[in-house]
Design a protein around this ligand. Structure first.
Ligand SMILES: [Zn+2]
Length: 67
């Protein structure tokens, strides 16, 4: 397998980064079905659609990363 036969990019790739209203990078996006083209973005601290399972999971991941 080789990647040599792929054409080289002619310009730098475009970085798509979203920011939360607080200024932090926003990794959590959400859009409703009626406004599918309008994605809203938040950082985890401000993400409004957290459910208890997701909170527990995030805590478990944080503990895992800390150990
Ligand atoms: Zn935020």
């Amino acid at each position: 397998m080789s990647d040599i036969d792929r054409p080289a990019l002619q310009r730098a790739p475009e970085l798509v980064a979203h920011r939360c209203h607080c200024g932090a990078y926003a990794g959590f996006g959400f859009s409703t079905a009626s406004r599918r083209h309008q994605m809203e973005w938040w950082c985890w601290a401000h993400y409004p659609y957290k459910d208890p399972d997701a909170r527990r999971e995030a805590g478990a991941v944080a503990k895992l990363l800390a150990s």
